[in-house]
Design a protein around this ligand. Structure first.
Ligand code: FCB
Length: 437
């Protein structure tokens, strides 16, 4: 069965951040600090999905997707990050899973989509190796409850973005700006992933994956300096998170760090635990030039000459084909089947006078990327699923509510949901798919 779905994440949609015993996450704290997010917006209410989930499941049933990737909020299940389990938190996801299955939608939960319990941040967050073990214990707790009904688990979402934005540059929670000293946060996430794979399987999980954000890297010119910088970027963005998982070793990081003294014997064997799928989130390629002296070994030169989304991200559907065939060329038989766990675009999406939202650019974006994925499949890449980011307009992290990625428009003042034209387009597209092949 090919999975056609949509994707969301807990902090971006749930709201109800202080209800039913949920503990605080790093995103609650960060988004409440002045100047961290656009207009000081937070996920306190978001899409109020915690209360409106039956309506959201009905929207998925109407859409005709056969899978849904959502995330589980660690602090809802374990308010202090470890130890005491909050039964109401587990009950929420238990009900959601049952409702999805009843609607013919396979639940694909992600265990960590950036909302670390604040209690663990106070112990050093992902810079503290102990958090890797606590993550595996949390995974075991959730799986003990849900593994009988969940066909596919995803451990982490985009450990690169969490390390780079959260720990290296400080533009996402927990807001640390450590530059290359953020590398332990990469290793401990990967170690947490490996330990969680083991814990999930021990608890009866059927299939397990990891989601990485990957990008084709284009040198800004043929100059040696630009080509070398592009290699550095490829190492830090793509290979740092794929090589250890798929090959059991880190790429050569000697140019960026003096010692990998946080890597202990046996860690790489744990991290390289076999996977049933690799999740890939693709948005755009990256064009890289020689460093400018700001402390990073590369400079983002920007992709020019393509249409852009509301975020300013270049729209390059063929980049998805390039990425997938490149992964196959690089990893060969070590590459598991692929799930496109996120792909989509933000647009301005203002309702017209009759209330309809005519998001033709999103339809073109999705249509082009699905075609590029199919081209990669025709070139021999084993892709098993595609999830649109996102079902709903939601809290886009530091960008707040301005960047709308949904197939469904959300009026955040009233919480009214209005399917956009792209929702109807995707529904018609799905009617024409044979999901058994
Ligand atoms: C990805 C995130 C997701 C969403 C999209 C636009 O990096 O995983 O939560 O913000 O970008």
């Amino acid at each position: 069965m090919f999975w056609w779905g949509t994707a969301t994440a807990a902090y971006q949609i749930e709201g109800a951040t202080t209800e039913d015993g949920r503990g605080a996450s790093v995103w609650d704290v960060f988004s409440h600090e002045p100047g961290r997010t656009r207009n000081g917006q937070t996920g306190d209410v978001a899409c109020d999905h915690y209360h409106r989930w039956p309506e959201d499941v009905a929207l998925m049933r109407g859409l005709g997707v056969n899978a849904y990737r959502f995330s589980i909020a660690w602090p809802r299940v374990l308010p202090e990050g470890s130890g005491r389990v909050n039964a109401a938190g587990l009950d929420f996801y238990d009900r959601l899973v049952d409702a999805l299955l009843a609607a013919g939608v396979q639940p694909v939960p992600t265990l960590f989509h950036w909302d670390l319990p604040q209690a663990l941040e106070e112990r050093g967050g992902w810079l503290n190796r102990e958090v890797s073990e606590l993550f595996a214990a949390y995974a075991a707790t959730v799986a003990a409850r849900l593994a009988d009904r969940v066909p596919m688990w995803i451990t982490l979402n985009e450990p690169f973005v969490h390390m780079a934005y959260g720990y290296a540059m400080g533009v996402h929670a927990p807001g640390r700006a450590l530059l290359t000293d953020a590398l332990p946060a990469a290793h401990h996430q990967l170690l947490g992933h490996g330990l969680a794979v083991r814990a999930l399987r021990a608890a009866g999980a059927r299939q397990v994956a990891l989601t990485n954000n990957c990008t084709p890297v284009w040198p800004a010119s043929e100059s040696e300096a630009d080509v070398r910088a592009a290699e550095a970027y490829d190492i830090l963005h793509n290979r740092l998170f794929n090589d250890p998982v798929l090959l059991g070793k880190y790429p050569d990081l000697s140019a960026y760090t003096s010692a990998l003294d946080f890597v202990r014997d046996g860690d790489l064997d744990t991290i390289a635990a076999p996977l049933d799928a690799l999740g890939i989130n693709y948005y755009n390629p990256t064009r890289i030039a020689a460093p400018t002296g700001d402390g990073l070994p590369f400079d983002d030169a920007g992709v020019t000459g393509y249409p852009t989304t509301a975020f300013g991200w270049p729209v390059v559907p063929d980049g998805l084909r390039e990425l997938l065939t490149g992964l196959k060329a690089r990893y060969g038989a070590a590459l598991p089947p692929i799930l496109i766990t996120e792909n989509g675009c933000s647009q301005e999406d203002v309702p017209g006078p009759d209330g309809t939202i005519d998001d033709t650019a999103r339809i073109d974006y999705l249509d082009g990327h699905i075609a590029a994925m199919r081209q990669a499949m025709a070139e021999g890449v084993d892709v098993r699923g595609y999830f649109v980011w996102s079902l709903l307009d939601n809290f886009e992290w530091a960008e707040g509510y301005d960047q709308r990625f949904g197939l469904v428009h959300v009026d955040f003042a009233t919480q009214r949901r209005t399917p956009k034209r792209s929702y109807h387009w995707y529904a018609r597209f799905l009617e024409g798919q044979n999901t058994d092949t």
